[in-house]
Design a protein around this ligand. Structure first.
Ligand code: NAP
Length: 316
C-alpha cells in the first residue's frame, strides 16, 4: 500500500514536471538570451534516431547549424533528409565514436568545413540489458563505446572548439544509473567511491583503472562479488565513468582564458521510449532531449561540471 502510494506520488511528480517542461519549451528565447546565430555549429553524436535525433531537431529548430552524425551512413543521411525537408539547417557526416579513424576524419572535415564547432552533444551510447536482466556479455563493448568512445570524441573536438565570448559547450548524455551515490545502485567499495567523488583525487588513470578492474573481473568470472552497481552493471559503470570524466575536465576547461572557456556538463534524459529501452519508459524522445538542448543553449556557463535532469541539478 505504502509502496503503491510512493510510486503514485513519484508518477504524479514526474507528470507535473513533464507538463512544466513542455510549457517551458514553448517559451521563445528572448534576443537577450539568444547568444547563438545561424552559423553557431552543434555536433550531435548518434543522431540518426532516438534522443540524439530529437536533440538535433530541436537545436536546428532554434536556428543553429546542426551536424547530425551517425555511424551508419545510410541511416544518418536518411535522418538528416527528414530534418532538411522540414526546412532545418542540418548537415550529415559519418562518425563512429569507437573508430579512431572515423573520429580523426570527422575532426578534419569539421575543421575544413566549418572552421570548428561551438557545441558538442555526446549522445551516442549502447546498452544490452532490459528489465531485470543483468548480463555482462557485452561489458567491454559497452564501456568502450559509452566511456572511451565519448572520451575519444571529446579529446578530438576540444582543440576545434571555436573561441567565443559566450564559451563553447560540451554536453554528455549520461544516466542516473551512473550516479556515484545512488541509493540503490552504486559501487560498494566506499574508499573507491570517495576517491572518484573527490575532485582532488580524481584522475583519468583512476577512472580508466576502475573500468579495467571491472573488465578483468568480467573476463575471469569474479565480477559478481566485486561490489559493482547491481542494476545494468556494465552500463551503469560506463556512465559513472562519463560523469567522473566530466567533473575531471571541468576545472581545466573553465580555467582557460576568457573567450576560450568550454563548459562541460552532463544530463540524464529520464527513462525514454527509444530502441534502447525497447520503447518502454515513460518519457517521450522530445522530453528526453529537452535538458541537453536547454544546457546547450543556456546563456551562462554556470552549469559547468554539474549533472542535470529535467532542467534541474541532480547529485553525481
Ligand atoms: N532511453 C533511455 O531511457 C536512456 C536513459 C538514460 C540515458 N540514455 C542515453 O541516451 C543516449 C541516447 O540513447 P537512446 O535512448 O536514444 O538510444 P538509441 O535509440 O539506441 O540510440 C543510440 C544512438 O547511439 C548510436 N551509437 C551507438 N554506438 C555508436 C557508435 N559507436 N558510434 C556512433 N553512434 C553510436 C546509435 O547508432 P545505431 O543506430 O547505428 O545503433 C544510435 O543512433 C545514450 O547515450 C543512452 O545511454 C538513454
Amino acid at each position: 500500500m505504502n509502496i503503491m502510494n510512493k510510486k503514485e506520488r513519484a508518477k504524479e511528480r514526474r507528470e507535473k514536471r513533464s507538463q512544466e517542461i513542455s510549457h517551458l519549451r514553448t517559451i521563445p528565447y528572448s534576443d537577450y538570451q539568444r547568444w547563438w546565430s545561424s552559423t553557431t555549429t552543434a555536433v550531435v553524436t548518434g543522431a540518426n534516431r532516438g534522443i540524439g535525433f530529437e536533440i538535433a531537431r530541436q537545436l536546428a529548430s532554434h536556428g543553429l547549424t546542426v551536424v547530425l552524425t551517425s555511424r551508419d551512413t545510410n541511416a544518418g543521411e536518411e535522418a538528416a533528409n527528414v530534418l532538411q525537408e522540414g526546412g532545418l539547417n542540418v548537415v550529415f557526416h559519418q562518425l563512429d565514436i569507437v573508430d579512431p579513424l572515423s573520429v580523426n576524419s570527422f575532426a578534419g572535415w569539421i575543421q575544413e568545413t566549418f572552421g570548428g564547432l561551438d557545441i558538442l552533444v555526446n549522445n551516442a551510447g549502447i546498452n544490452f540489458n532490459f528489465g531485470a536482466d543483468n548480463s555482462v556479455e557485452f561489458a567491454e563493448k559497452v564501456i568502450e563505446t559509452n566511456y572511451y568512445g565519448t572520451k575519444r570524441v571529446i579529446k578530438a573536438m576540444i582543440p576545434l572548439m571555436r573561441p567565443s565570448a559566450f564559451g563553447a559547450r560540451i554536453i554528455n548524455v549520461s544516466s542516473r544509473l551512473g550516479r556515484l551515490n545512488g541509493r540503490r545502485n552504486r559501487i560498494g567499495n566506499i574508499e573507491l567511491r570517495q576517491q572518484l567523488e573527490d575532485v582532488d583525487s580524481l584522475s583519468e588513470e583512476l577512472i580508466d583503472g576502475t573500468m579495467n578492474t571491472f573488465i578483468k573481473q568480467v573476463k575471469d568470472g569474479t565480477w559478481e562479488s566485486g561490489g559493482w552497481p547491481q542494476v545494468f552493471t556494465d552500463y551503469s559503470l560506463s556512465k559513472l565513468a562519463v560523469n567522473a570524466y566530466t567533473r575531471l575536465l571541468t576545472r581545466f576547461l573553465l580555467d582557460r582564458p576568457d573567450c576560450e572557456k568550454i563548459c562541460i556538463s552532463c544530463c540524464c534524459p529520464g527513462w525514454v521510449k527509444t530502441a534502447m529501452t525497447a520503447w518502454a519508459g515513460h518519457t517521450s524522445p522530445e522530453d528526453g532531449a529537452d535538458t541537453a538542448v536547454w544546457l546547450a543553449l543556456l546563456p551562462d556557463l554556470s552549469v559547468g561540471g554539474k549533472f542535470f535532469a529535467e532542467r534541474r541539478e541532480i547529485n553525481f
